[in-house]
Design a protein. Structure first.
Length: 137
């Protein structure tokens, strides 16, 4: 559970990182009536650092309007992990809200490219690690 008042939902996903091998990115959605802001993203980072330690500090905190979810309300981490890793999101037709996926993909990937993140082809092992993560839920 996330201990930042403004946050409705949060999900951490693994990202293959050139420098560190693996990094974590957080996806969060804010409660109704809360405006997304860099302050909230920073608050999430600080909270994770305080609660878990510096090593757990996310590389990025993405504030999204809604998480991609199954009809039963489960966050599809596989989908957001794929977005963060610039890999194919796979079948999203079973999602309750497939339309949010494109919005999230556009936002996250354009931000990453703007911040110097180079989309690259993952190795078979890296791809397997990303895919396995989503299925562990």
């Amino acid at each position: 559970a996330i201990m930042v008042d403004e946050i409705a939902e949060a999900a951490a996903v693994p990202v293959i990182d050139e420098l560190r091998g693996h990094a974590v990115e957080m996806y969060v959605s804010v409660k109704t009536g809360v405006d997304p802001s860099q302050e909230i993203a920073d608050k999430v980072s600080r909270m994770i650092e305080t609660e878990i330690g510096r090593v757990a500090r996310p590389k990025y905190v993405w504030i999204v309007a809604d998480m991609p979810k199954t009809r039963s309300g489960k966050i599809m981490r596989r989908v957001i992990a794929s977005i963060s890793n610039f890999t194919d999101v796979g079948d999203i037709t079973t999602l309750a809200n497939p339309d949010v996926v494109e919005d999230i993909r556009h936002y996250v990937q354009s931000e990453k490219v703007e911040r110097g993140g180079e989309p690259r082809q993952l190795t078979a092992e890296e791809l397997a690690a990303v895919k396995a993560f989503g299925h562990a839920e």
